[in-house]
Ligand binder design. Structure first.
Ligand SMILES: [Fe+2]
Ligand SMILES: [Fe+2]
Length: 336
């Protein structure tokens, strides 16, 4: 829930309305000046209600994606092919949980409680990245998620280190460093598989075929169909457009695919000398929107697992609160 003190005050319907409006105009001007000077907005600063709302939505969606994203890979921890791969995967899945924590904390600085954020996720009101609504069918999927999904996430997230909202920008610096490790471990795991048997190589190719287009959709709809992008760019929240980020990802990944020896499942993918970029085929946005709308193959399973984990963990939260109360009581007694 938003607390009243964090909300932009609406003009009052009394004689005090005029000074209030003038005050807000002054605050708005100071905010605009800070944004155009490429300064940072901090939690205690005044900000327009729409800026706060956009950030709460974006940061919480991001946090939800991190913790739901633990599920498809978490499914493979018990089936990792070696102790080394199991240790790496456990560390990676833990990192994603940590990213969720940094981001929920950043969202909380905007005046919204974690209970509310989680309630919105659990009721289906809040979204998370649709890439996590697809199943992980083979061990190669773990490598491909690292290489392609974390790779796409890095492209999206590096510009967020310069986001105008201070707590989000600072959280993203550490997140990006860890994502970079995730991407490399995925690529390395695939490189080893590609040097293995014909079955292992086929498993990698099958996984790339299933994930490639979904990763391209992770950058969001084309800028022309993304009405909120212009406002987010104006506020310094979004620094680079969806199409430019997607193109950067394709250009970087096409070269890496050659090193791996896999083909990317797009007959129209080819280097364009004039543009200095790869051309690529059309993305199936109908499938993307169907998955965002709740009709992907794993939406229900992911949400049910998340809600169950939350309920199963209730005793831990209760115990932590009871312990904190006891410590407080002891401190009070000691002080008395
Ligand atoms: Fe992450
Ligand atoms: Fe990651």
């Amino acid at each position: 829930m938003y607390t009243q003190s964090f909300l932009q005050s609406a003009p009052a319907a009394t004689g005090a309305a005029a000074p209030l409006v003038a005050q807000d105009a002054q605050k708005q001007a100071a905010f605009d000046a800070r944004i155009s000077a490429d300064g940072r907005i901090e939690p205690q600063d005044w900000m327009p209600a729409a800026y706060r709302k956009t950030l709460v939505r974006q940061i919480s969606q991001h946090a939800h994606s991190e913790i739901v994203g633990m599920q498809p890979e978490g499914n493979w921890i018990t089936r990792a092919p070696s102790l080394k791969r199991k240790c790496i995967l456990i560390a990676k899945v833990q990192d994603e949980c940590g990213h969720g924590l940094y981001l929920y904390s950043a969202a909380e600085t905007l005046g919204v409680g974690r209970d509310q954020l989680l309630a919105d996720l659990h009721s289906g009101k809040a979204k998370y990245s649709s890439i996590f609504n697809y199943p992980t069918l083979s061990w190669a999927d773990v490598g491909v998620i690292g290489w392609l999904v974390d790779g796409a996430a890095i492209m999206n997230q590096i510009p967020l280190c310069r986001c105008s909202y201070g707590p989000y920008a600072r959280a993203m610096i550490r997140v990006c460093k860890e994502e970079s490790f995730h991407q490399r471990q995925g690529f390395e795991a695939l490189l080893v598989l590609m040097q293995g048997t014909a079955e292992q190589r086929a498993m990698v190719q099958d996984s790339v075929n299933r994930f490639w287009w979904k990763c391209l959709a992770m950058f969001g709809p084309p800028d022309a169909d993304s009405p909120h992008s212009a406002q987010a760019a104006h506020w310094g929240i979004k620094r680079v457009g969806n199409d430019e980020l997607r193109q950067k990802f394709i250009d970087a990944t096409a070269a890496q695919a050659q090193v791996l020896g896999v083909s990317l499942p797009d007959p129209e993918l080819k280097w364009n000398e004039v543009r200095g970029h790869y051309d690529y085929g059309a993305i199936d946005w109908d499938e993307f929107w169907a998955t965002v709308g709740g009709n992907g193959p794993c939406n229900k399973e992911r949400l049910a697992t998340r809600v169950k984990a939350h309920h199963d963990g209730q005793w831990v939260r209760d115990a932590a609160l009871a312990h904190a109360r006891k410590v407080q009581q002891r401190q009070r007694k000691g002080a008395a």
